[in-house]
Write a protein that binds this ligand. Sequence first.
Ligand code: NZQ
Ligand code: ZN
Length: 389
Amino acid sequence: MKNFEFRNPTKIIFGRGVEEKVGDEVGACSQKILLHFGGGSIKASGLYDRVTASLRQAGITWVELGGVKPNPRLNLVYEGIKLCKENNLGMILAVGGGSVIDSAKAIAMGSVIEGDVWDFYLGKGVPVNALPIGTILTIPAAGSEASTGTVITNEDGWLKRAVNSELIYPRFSILNPELAFSLPRFQVACGVADIMAHLMERYFTNVSHVAFTDRLIEATLKTLISLAPLVMKNPQDYDAWSELMWAGTIAHNNILDTGRVGDWASHDIEHEISGIYDVAHGAGLAVVFPAWMKYVLHHDLNRFVQWSVRVWNVEMDVFDPEAVALAGIEKMEGFFRSIGLGTQLADLGIQDDRIDEMADKCTGGNTRTVGNFVKLDREAVRKILLLAK
Ligand code: NZQ
Ligand code: ZN
């Protein structure tokens, strides 16, 4: 196990009706805020009315910026920064999914500097300050509600890039599982795939003596595998949603990678797919992960065997460990298909051949590798994308 420091300062407020508390939580940070949201689901569900009533009651004033698209865009981030600066706003409240929260985090970093926030996403400099943000989560998926990450797409070049900084941990995140009831099935499936991916990115590590966190990750994966069909069958199953939503936060709030080093190549590769084709992140991961696994399998066959046996209940066969590992991957693909996701690029409607371009962008023209479990150069990424075709 590696040395580590762990701190997650995000206050989680969880349960039925807890969004009613948002006014008081915001009031502890600022009296004048940016209210940031997506394309309309919060108005259709009535959440917008409840949130604004609570803000009003707490004496909070706000400026609104809706219209965040999935795979959130840099142009809207610039609009948000302008609004925050012009109106001297002291906080951003993000009401929505990972895209809204990530956009809010970008605005938070950009509102306190003179320069261009995109530079942080290009790795030119690191943020030293940010406005506080709070969130009301409407979809268990990205884990941004308690993560250090923000992922933004620049339409100029269709580059999708991430920043990680402790400065953008939300001050609070409000999680009411009832808010997930209105999710379309496809978004539920994408969310589940993303949460599973966050767990597996952490699971496949070269660090030894991490049996405790192995077990925690396996338990979280098994929980998701058993709960996903329940919420698919009954979208109003509060009990199942509660566990699923909390699992989504735990999967990405960094507790599960304490003492270990995660991989993250599949995320980097997927960001090239959703950056160019604007597909849902979770749907892209359901395609990339199986291909990545098949490519890196022999790097540590024992770890794959452990994952297959413990997570997917594959029967152990000491004489044929490769078959055990492959059976686990096959079960995972079957699970993704059972919740309505594809496992090949063609299933995402991607028929053209921009694999070389994606491999090139992902590795900065072969100037860097991606992943830690196995370091992948441009040719390796290209081969993985070909396996996903
Ligand atoms: O825009 P609205 O109308 O709200 O509709 C959204 C959107 O179309 C809809 N939706 C959300 N909650 C709903 C709902 N519809 C009905 N009822 C509800 N309760 O769902 C659609 C997808 O929303 P989005 O926010 O894009 O989903 P998600 O949470 O999966 O976020 C994806 C983004 O997060 C990034 C991804 O790359 C992607 O850009 N990620 C962020 C991470 C982080 N910051 O730590 C880590 C992740 O690995 C990921 O990369
Ligand atoms: Zn993800």
